[in-house]
Design a protein around this ligand. Sequence first.
Ligand SMILES: C[S@@+](CC[C@H](N)C(=O)[O-])C[C@H]1O[C@@H](n2cnc3c(N)ncnc32)[C@H](O)[C@@H]1O
Length: 267
Amino acid sequence: MGADSVRRPPAPKGPFGARWFGGTPRATRGRHGIVRPLLPHVLLAKAAIPGHDAELLCYRHDRDFTYRVDGVELMTSRVHASEEMLAELTLTRPAARPATRVLVGGLGMGFTLARTLDLVPQDARVDVAELVPEVVEWNRELLGHCAGHPLRDERVCVVVGDVGEVMGQGRDLYDAILLDVDNGPEGLSRPANDALYGDRGLVRARNALRAGGALAVWSSVEDAPFAKRMRGVGFAVQEHTVRARGHKGPRRTIWVGSKLPPRAPVG
Ligand SMILES: C[S@@+](CC[C@H](N)C(=O)[O-])C[C@H]1O[C@@H](n2cnc3c(N)ncnc32)[C@H](O)[C@@H]1O
């Protein structure tokens, strides 16, 4: 998720009436010297975010789609290598057994989900928790092609709701939980998401995991206290730095925490 997230002042209207992100509308000179206006970011759809005053906005720019919340880019279809790495680093880690049940939160544009489906067996079940119902609709129609329509896979079970509540539904449910609902361990999509990253949220995730399972969290920033909290509640944590575009682009952090067995009582 996340992209080159920068908080910017409201941008002026572009020449086609759509809103531009980059300040004053500019033109570009093509290969043959033809001057063309830069394509505008066209607002395609918006949706209320449960538990947040702000809306989730879906823009199109040329062939790419972008989600924005409160003026901050949550993700773009143009850059998605690190979203795929979230699944890859977790499901192919050395200690991993074949994952037959995985929880992905949230759906976004489906890149993490699609990579998960590549890596789990045919009899696996992948639950995907998405807070905003419209995001599920957009993935079925508007932009599902970006990740190859993962929702059409029979192994997928969509849960419209908070991924935290899904994790709280039981113990020993999942082999892996892949969390990418904000730009890091802090509630951007909505303030209540902060609860996912505190001790109680992490204990809930740990309880929802089967023995040897793993919790992975995507972030656009480093966050040493968060990794420490994961260790504190019983995860063996590997911190990975990956690039947004594979070998280039901004650095992203992915923590993969393998569930440790409970400590034996001392004495
Ligand atoms: C950055 S996107 C996820 C990107 C995704 N990894 C991908 O590959 O496309 C974040 C998504 O999480 C959803 N979301 C935010 N908070 C959530 C929550 N508490 N539970 C479930 N989904 C949530 C947002 O609506 C959004 O669709």
